[in-house]
Design a protein around this ligand. Structure first.
Ligand SMILES: NC(=O)c1ccc[n+]([C@@H]2O[C@H](COP(=O)([O-])OP(=O)(O)OC[C@H]3O[C@@H](n4cnc5c(N)ncnc54)[C@H](O)[C@@H]3O)[C@@H](O)[C@H]2O)c1
Length: 438
């Protein structure tokens, strides 16, 4: 998965400190990461080897990521906060200052809000940024972070449209050239049990892989209502899940976790094409913007491999979140960590209980990479898996076959040309057979 990269010296004022960090700190070896979480006593030389972290997007996942970051390394401090809404910054100040203890070191002049708050973060001396806003904003924020020489934890998905994916591919390459770490929030790639299950499947435990069936059948998520004082833009950003320009719709925002596992099995080789069905049967009200409530997509690869992918957000129906992999000599359940083949296997439950959470492992590996100078770069797979989800969405929205090439070259740019508190894009629910994808 993550490719170790050669370390490249940084420009500017941060250079000496980063160089010092690399040379003065005991590198945390990959295999010892779980142990390092428990024993926070990694040796540090005298001097300032603190890694300073900024959180951008102080919501549920961002607050969790801030905790994961400070858990990951004995010498990490949260020093900046940014959210588009000042009230979310205030909330994060209260909860994170209590939760992080002396690892919380955010001064008032390091709290930023509004559309361009992230630009102010990039002007500070933070070493690492945690990008945890709704996905629409990711390409621009990622670009700014790499331009400013920051290491990055980047939540999934990384964009909601083709131009955004292309931008992130370019930025990821720039990060690679600069030796900056870029770790993706596609968290299952960091789960020890899932990694071992995937390794066994790829090493032939079920013979040749023929199909995957991806299920993400789940209930509904939050809705934050509407307040009279909110502009339409504020309303949409606060309820970003239901607006395709902001979230990509739930096939992109949530189902990407499952689609990403199929991409992982395919060694991140893109499919040729897909077709799909979808719509909104239950969440039909205006409050659900233009989001569908179900999608079913069939993806096809050049070697004949197919993935049948189903996602639904509805209450009162059966729920099932699992990756079923069918091979010529058996089958596997990736999240169940189990294989039924010529030799059946189950990941040990006891071991699973002892493992750090995949969210902690993401940050353990991110900070170990920064400390050792072996930067991680998950840029290509996080972009490809996002595009896989986008092409599936467009196949369902249009009723057409969508090829990978068409999705990758698409000029459809979702969202406004510039941001201001006031009007917002009018949500139009896609109608298969009528809606077009350019
Ligand atoms: N890996 C996972 O398991 C996982 C789980 C949950 C969410 N996520 C991802 O994390 C991201 C955030 O999700 P969440 O559940 O925390 O949502 P959330 O709504 O709780 O938090 C998002 C925060 O970003 C802020 N924000 C919006 N636009 C912004 C901007 N332009 N600049 C700065 N801040 C902005 C919002 O005000 C909000 O506080 C999403 O991409 C989501 O898909 C990943």
């Amino acid at each position: 998965m993550s490719e170790p990269l050669r370390s490249v010296p940084q420009d500017g004022a941060a250079t000496s400190r980063r160089t010092f960090l690399k040379t003065s700190t005991a590198a945390v070896a990959g295999g010892a990461l779980a142990a390092s979480l428990a024993s926070r006593g990694v040796v540090h030389a005298a001097g300032d080897d603190t890694l300073k972290v900024a959180l951008i997007g102080c919501g549920g996942r961002g607050s969790g990521a801030a905790r994961n970051a400070v858990n990951a390394d004995p010498n990490v401090k949260l020093t900046a906060l940014c959210d588009i809404f000042p009230d979310k910054v205030e909330l994060a100040k209260n909860t994170l200052s209590r939760a992080l203890g002396d690892k919380y070191a955010v001064a008032d002049d390091h709290c930023f809000s509004d559309f361009d708050g992230y630009k102010r973060v990039m002007e500070t001396d933070v070493d690492v940024v945690l990008l945890c806003t709704p996905p629409h904003f990711r390409p621009e924020q990622l670009k700014a972070a790499v331009a400013a020489g920051k290491h990055i934890f980047c939540e999934k998905p990384i964009a909601t449209d083709g131009p955004g994916v292309r931008s992130v591919l370019e930025t990821s390459e720039e990060a690679r050239k600069k030796g900056l770490s870029l770790v993706s929030g596609l968290c299952w790639r960091y789960d020890y049990g899932v990694r071992e299950t995937m390794d066994r499947i790829k090493n032939g435990a079920i013979g040749d892989i023929v199909t995957t069936q991806e299920n993400y059948l789940t209930s509904t998520l939050w809705h934050r209502g509407r307040k009279p004082e909110w502009s339409e833009m504020e309303y949409q950003i606060r309820n970003w899940l239901y607006f395709t320009w902001l979230s990509g719709d739930h096939i992109v925002e949530q189902f990407i976790h499952s689609l990403d596992k199929t991409m992982w099995l395919m060694n991140d080789e893109p499919p040729l094409r897909c077709f799909g069905l979808g719509g909104r049967q239950v969440r039909t009200g205006e409050e659900y913007g233009n989001a569908y409530d179900h999608f079913a997509v069939c993806y096809e690869w050049a070697n004949g491999f197919k993935s049948f992918a189903y996602t639904r957000q509805m209450d009162g129906c059966i729920n099932d979140v699992e990756d079923y992999v069918h091979g010529t000599k058996g089958r596997a359940r990736v999240l169940g960590h189990s294989i039924e083949g010529e030799t059946s296997w189950q990941y040990p439950v006891e071991q699973k209980r002892k493992n750090p959470s995949m969210y902690d492992i993401e940050h353990l590996e991110l900070f170990a990479g920064i400390r050792s100078g072996n930067a991680l770069n998950n840029g290509v797979y996080m972009s490809y898996s996002t595009l896989l989800a986008i092409m599936g969405r467009e196949a369902c929205y249009t009723g057409e076959t969508i090829t990978w090439d068409k999705a990758m070259k698409s000029e459809v740019k979702l969202g406004p040309d510039s941001y201001a508190w006031g009007e917002a894009p009018k949500p139009v629910v896609a109608t298969p057979g009528k809606t077009k994808f350019a």
